[in-house]
Design a protein around this ligand. Structure first.
Ligand code: ATP
Length: 450
């Protein structure tokens, strides 16, 4: 993990945010290559989830929403995590995480039990090593703010799903959707996590890619539930995750929310252990019913063919975008020993996700005819692919830099190019080089970057 954190900073993927002011609470900026990678992951998801499916539509809702929504969904009352403070060093922890780490017991939601275990079993503070705890207590994880023209507290949305439920009626009134269908959204969510950490795994400001999929309450949902799980695993594979680094965790029945028929997490083997990457929940009719009751608006679907009116049930596949980026970075990171004894670090991103697709080099910086020809090539390709022009240092150093940012192809313009209009194309993974005619280069890249 340390190697990844250091490479991503050095090479412009992820910067600790507000660094010039001493940093700020585990927040990060995606640098130029990180922003590109993030965009490619979002585009791939949107393509698979919305563009390629006739049963899905997209949405882009606001972050600030009427707080009645969060009352109806139960977030104002119950979107809590348990916190506990060390009285000695004043460090704050997630009480359930502390108990589970020390004793293996999962006491999520049971405040008194957690307090008892922490005190009776003298669980030590991971920071100062003493055992002197406050009682465990609940903390609501929503960020509060105020808004001109509105009386009372407003919240930064703690998940993107809420914005989807409240547009259910507008979508069925304005689009030709027929149950079963889904609404997809990508956007920011905010949670005042008690402890953020593990790089971009647990942030307080993060992005989700969520789907609410509406089905007939009488529909046999089990097969579709399995298909969505397989889709999530396939998406993790698209990010570069190996099969053996993925596993499913089904929430035990007694821990499910009262409305959920089934919830499964897709976990990935991060460098700090298996942890949740994506989730899939059967939410029954809880969301549409709650918002219907609270708003007084009927959130139902009319099945004209069978002359039936019903409240659809919901399957909710949810994908963390920042965790997807972390999976992509972790899976891509490769250290290789080369035949000549030297070593290289190469980010073996799936080619379609690589931030830069093609780097173009003139062999020598001080030969205007080579530089001019390479610039011409760069100008011709850059509207098609994310390209980079580099004439700094020797070719070996340029390759090393492109390997570290995961560029699939490096193209070098040399003296032969001036004679026969061919260039050297070097493959990131095999490091093999081949001569390709300039006029064929665009087609070659198109074929090989899929
Ligand atoms: P966790 O148990 O890790 O806190 P969760 O079960 O609360 O996660 P969900 O409410 O199911 O998470 O959120 C959906 C997805 O959003 C998660 O699968 C995860 O990928 C992502 N996510 C949730 N919390 C965070 C966070 N603090 N930082 C980054 N991504 C997050």
């Amino acid at each position: 993990m340390e190697k990844i954190v250091s490479l991503t900073k050095r090479r412009g993927f992820v910067f600790p945010s507000s660094e010039i002011y001493g940093g700020f609470a585990n927040s990060y900026s995606y640098g130029p290559y990180g922003a590109e990678l993030k965009k490619n992951i979002k585009d791939l998801w949107w393509k698979k989830v919305v563009q390629n499916r006739a049963d899905m539509v997209g949405l882009d809702g606001p972050i600030l929403l009427n707080p009645k929504l969060w009352e109806a969904s139960g977030h104002t009352e119950g979107f809590n995590d348990a916190m506990v403070d060390c009285k000695e060093c004043k460090k704050r922890y997630r009480a359930d995480h502390l108990v589970e780490k020390a004793t293996g017991k999962d006491l999520e939601g049971q405040l008194e039990e957690m307090t008892k275990v922490l005190k009776e079993e003298k669980v030590k503070c991971p920071d100062c090593g003493k055992s002197n705890w406050t009682d465990a207590r609940n903390m609501n994880m929503m960020f509060k703010t105020q808004m001109n023209g509105f009386d009372g507290d407003v919240y930064l949305r703690p998940e993107t799903a809420g914005a989807i439920f409240i547009e259910f009626k507008n979508i069925i009134d304005s689009m030709r959707v027929k149950v079963p269908f889904g609404i997809a959204q990508i956007g920011k969510a905010f949670r005042n996590e008690i402890v953020a950490g593990n790089f971009i795994f647990r942030l307080r400001e993060f992005e989700q890619m969520e789907i609410e999929y509406f089905v007939d309450p009488e529909f046999k949902w089990e097969k579709m539930f399995e298909e969505w799980l397989e889709f999530q695993e396939e998406f993790a594979a698209d990010l570069g995750a190996k099969k053996e680094d993925l596993r499913r965790y089904e929430h035990p029945k007694e821990k499910l929310s009262h409305y959920s028929k089934k919830t499964v997490d897709i976990e990935y083997k991060f460098p700090f252990g298996f942890s949740e990457l994506f989730g899939l929940a059967h939410r029954g009719d809880f969301d549409l019913k709650s918002h219907s009751d609270a708003s007084g608006q009927k959130l139902e679907y009319f099945d004209a063919q069978n002359n039936r009116r019903f409240t659809p049930h919901i399957l909710e596949p949810t994908f963390g975008l920042d965790r997807s980026i972390l999976v992509t970075l972790v899976s891509a990171y490769t250290e290789e020993k080369l035949e000549d004894g030297s070593e290289r670090v190469v980010m073996k991103f799936p080619k379609k996700l690589a931030p830069v697709k093609c780097a173009i080099f003139p062999l020598l910086k001080n030969k205007p005819e080579l530089v001019g020809k390479a610039r011409e090539l760069y100008d011709a390709l850059k509207s098609q692919f994310m390209c980079e022009f580099d004439d700094n240092g020797n070719i070996g150093k340029r390759y090393r830099r492109q390997d570290e940012i995961g560029t699939p192809y490096c193209v070098t313009v040399d003296f032969d190019t001036l004679e026969d209009d061919t260039v050297t194309v070097r493959d990131r993974d095999t490091m093999e080089q081949q001569r390709i005619k300039i006029e064929e280069l665009e087609g070659f890249l198109k074929d090989n970057l899929k």
